[in-house]
Every structure is written in structure tokens, then in C-alpha cells.
Design a protein around this ligand. Structure first.
Ligand code: NAP
Ligand code: ZN
Length: 351
């Protein structure tokens, strides 16, 4: 075992602060990674503040971070796919049983024995796993991703969660080329949804509560922007969408978006608000519409997404910050004041 510098929160109300954590020595199939950048996902904030206490209560201290890019420094003797010096990524998953039907089907995120990157029982050290707000991490090679060399590492980090979470449901919906696709909420996930929707050939329409984001949405690739608080703008699009991706992190009226769907349209939730959302049966019945959920993506699909990003030159729009600004960044994230993802430069942890 060895010590690594990290940032942790001691309770739901405590700020994140500098600490030291224990990492395991590499076992046969492990890869040890020096972390270069880690994105700040809204899930980090939900977890630090224990906002998902009814589903996944937070164990303190918590070290968040599951949008990790780093360089391999050491590998176990049985590792075949990586060597020291490789640029790699780690997302929300660091282990699973790799034998159950879900693992066999390359959807390890649904494995009953999956280990998430933080706040998940640690099979090696006991206690819970610690995430990427740290200088180093050790991960089974199956859960380590190759990062295309042509992409900027700071902007790649958010692909490991925000990227795969929006790419996966869009691919799952089928060929969205030429379809009218809505993206609700222009945050970390939403802005990636716009980039993928556009790259996949859809006609992308952004729903935002922030009129100030209109120009950015168009620059990011949206064909049109609707300010969702304006009933007139909303009304014009009633019944016209094939597919809508809802990324909102807080309570909101989902029925307003179901109404936007056309015949047999689907709205997929990826946002995870603390409280349940009331759904109008009638909004679904008329038009035989459906509502679904989606959780990140499996490892194979995450690699496919990274390769797709390499080919299409897609990264997240990031504001790079030192880790000392992480608490301020959380406050700004709550106010939707980030364009469009914070990426922590882990070099700052050495200060
Ligand atoms: P984010 O950067 O904070 O973006 C969320 C966006 O939602 C905001 O930028 C804002 O966009 C909109 N919004 C926020 N509060 C709102 C409100 N009260 N009413 C209407 N719109 C509101 O968060 P994120 O990192 O993209 O994450 C979004 C959600 O997805 C979180 O709940 C997160 O935990 C969840 N998540 C799920 C998965 C999964 O696998 N399913 C993976 C990662 C994250 P506008 O300013 O444009 O309105
Ligand atoms: Zn995330």
C-alpha cells in the first residue's frame, strides 16, 4: 500500500479539504495511474452533499471524481493492454464480477457486483473506494480506457462520464440521423449531448432555462434553442420531437417535455434529481410515448465513444481549475455558472 494526496469531504456540510488516502499496490491485473485531470460531475456534488441518501447514502470521508485522465506509471505482471507512459482514462466503474449476464453483455454498469469509482465497497482494502480528486489511482486493466492521442487531456476527462452518459442513450435510440432531437439543460452532460447529437447527424434543439446560453448552444452545434421558461417558444414545438435527452439535475416539470414528443417519441432521463418527478399518464398515452432512464455506459461502449471523439475531434469545453478552487467550483455548479465543465488540474495537488 502507498499514500496518495487527495481532497475529501468529512460530512455533507463540510468543504472539500486536503488529505492523504491509501492506495493498493498493483496486483497482477492492475494499472497504477498518475492522475493529470479530473472533471467535476454534478454527481460528485450530489454525493458529497448526500443528496442521494435514499438510494446511495454517502460514506464519509468521501473522495469524489470519476472523470479521470492520467498516465500509466506501473502495471502488474498479467497486464497486456497498457504500459508505463500510456495516456489513459477511468470513468465511473473500477470493477465488476465479469461473469454475470450483464458483464457478458458489456453492460458492466448493471452488474450487481459492480464497484463504482468512489463511495462503493472496496474489495481490496475494505471501506469504500476513493475517486479521482487524487494524485494517483490503481485500477483493474479491464476498466482502463485508451485515450486518443490527438485530444486535449483536460477536455477528455469529462468524456469519461458526461461523454458516455450522453453518447450511450443516443446510440441506443438507433440511427438519429435527420431526427429532431432535444437536449434539456445545457450543463456538463447537456453540452456533450449537443456535440454528439450533431456529430450523429441529428437536428439538435436545446431546451435551456438560461437565455444567456443561447449563443453558446448554437456555437456548440445546436440547430435551435428554446428558452423553456417562455411558454410561447415551447408551444411552437409541441408534438415535434423524436427523442429528448433530459439532463436536468433538479426537480422540474417533465410533462412539459413529454408534450414536446411526437408519435412514439421517447424521453430518456439521465439527470438524477433528488426527489421523484410526477409523470402525467395522459401525456404518455396520447401518442404512445415512452420514458426511459440510462446509466453511463459499459466499458466497451466507453472505448467506442472515446474512439468516436478521436475521429471527430470532440472534447468537452472545460474551465481548468486548481484543486484549491474546488469548493468555489461546486457553488458555481449549483448556479449553472460553468462553461461547460470544470476540469481539475491535478498538478495543483502537489503544491
Ligand atoms: P450540470 O452541469 O449542473 O448541468 C445541469 C443543467 O441542468 C444546468 O446547466 C441547467 O441547464 C439545468 N438545470 C439545473 N437546475 C435546473 C432547474 N432547477 N430547472 C431546470 N433546469 C435546471 O450537471 P451535469 O453534471 O450535467 O449532471 C446533470 C445530472 O445528470 C445530475 O443530476 C447528475 O447527477 C446526473 N448524471 C447522471 C448520469 C447517468 O449515468 N445517468 C451520469 C452523470 C451525471 P440550463 O442552464 O441550460 O437550464
Ligand atoms: Zn458523473
Amino acid at each position: 500500500m502507498y499514500n496518495a494526496k487527495a481532497y475529501s469531504a468529512a460530512s455533507a456540510t463540510a468543504p472539500l479539504a486536503s488529505t492523504r488516502i491509501t492506495r493498493r499496490e498493483t496486483t497482477d491485473r492492475d494499472v497504477q495511474i498518475d492522475i493529470l485531470f479530473c472533471g467535476i460531475c454534478h454527481s460528485d456534488l450530489h454525493t458529497v452533499r448526500n443528496e442521494w441518501s435514499s438510494v446511495m447514502p454517502t460514506v464519509y470521508p468521501v473522495v469524489p471524481g470519476h472523470e479521470i485522465v492520467g498516465r500509466v506509471v506501473k502495471v502488474g505482471p498479467a497486464v497486456t493492454r497498457f504500459k508505463p507512459g500510456d495516456l489513459v482514462g477511468v470513468g465511473c466503474l473500477v470493477d465488476s464480477d465479469q461473469t454475470c449476464p450483464h458483464c457478458q453483455a458489456d453492460v458492466e454498469q448493471f452488474c450487481r457486483n459492480a464497484t463504482f469509482t468512489y463511495n462503493s465497497p472496496d474489495k481490496h482494502l475494505g471501506g469504500v473506494t476513493y475517486g479521482g480528486y487524487s494524485e494517483s489511482i490503481v485500477v483493474d486493466e479491464h476498466f482502463v480506457l485508451r485515450v486518443p492521442a490527438n485530444l486535449d487531456p483536460a477536455g477528455v476527462a469529462p468524456l469519461l462520464c458526461a461523454g458516455i452518459t450522453t453518447y450511450s442513450p443516443m446510440r441506443r435510440w438507433g440511427d438519429i440521423k435527420g431526427m429532431k432531437v432535444g437536449v434539456v439543460g445545457l450543463g456538463g452532460l447537456g453540452h456533450m449531448g449537443v456535440k454528439f447529437g450533431r456529430a450523429l447527424g441529428a437536428r439538435v434543439v436545446v431546451f435551456t432555462t438560461s437565455p444567456g446560453k443561447k449563443e453558446d448552444a448554437l456555437r456548440l452545434g445546436a440547430n435551435e434553442v428554446i428558452v423553456s421558461t417562455n411558454p410561447e417558444e415551447m408551444k411552437q414545438h409541441t408534438g415535434t420531437f423524436n427523442f429528448i435527452l433530459d439532463t436536468i439535475a433538479a426537480e422540474h416539470d417533465i410533462n412539459a417535455y413529454i408534450t414536446m414528443l411526437g408519435l412514439e417519441g421517447n424521453i430518456t432521463l439521465v439527470g438524477a434529481p433528488e426527489q421523484p418527478l410526477p409523470v402525467s399518464a395522459f401525456a404518455l398515452l396520447f401518442g404512445r410515448k415512452s420514458i426511459s432512464g440510462s446509466l453511463i455506459g459499459g466499458i466497451r461502449e466507453t472505448q467506442e465513444m472515446l474512439d468516436f471523439c478521436g475521429e471527430h475531434n470532440i472534447t468537452a469545453d472545460v474551465e481548468v481549475i486548481p484543486i484549491q478552487k474546488v469548493n468555489e467550483a461546486y457553488e458555481r455548479l449549483v448556479r449553472s455558472d460553468v462553461k461547460y465543465r470544470f476540469s481539475i488540474d491535478m498538478e495543483s495537488l502537489k503544491r
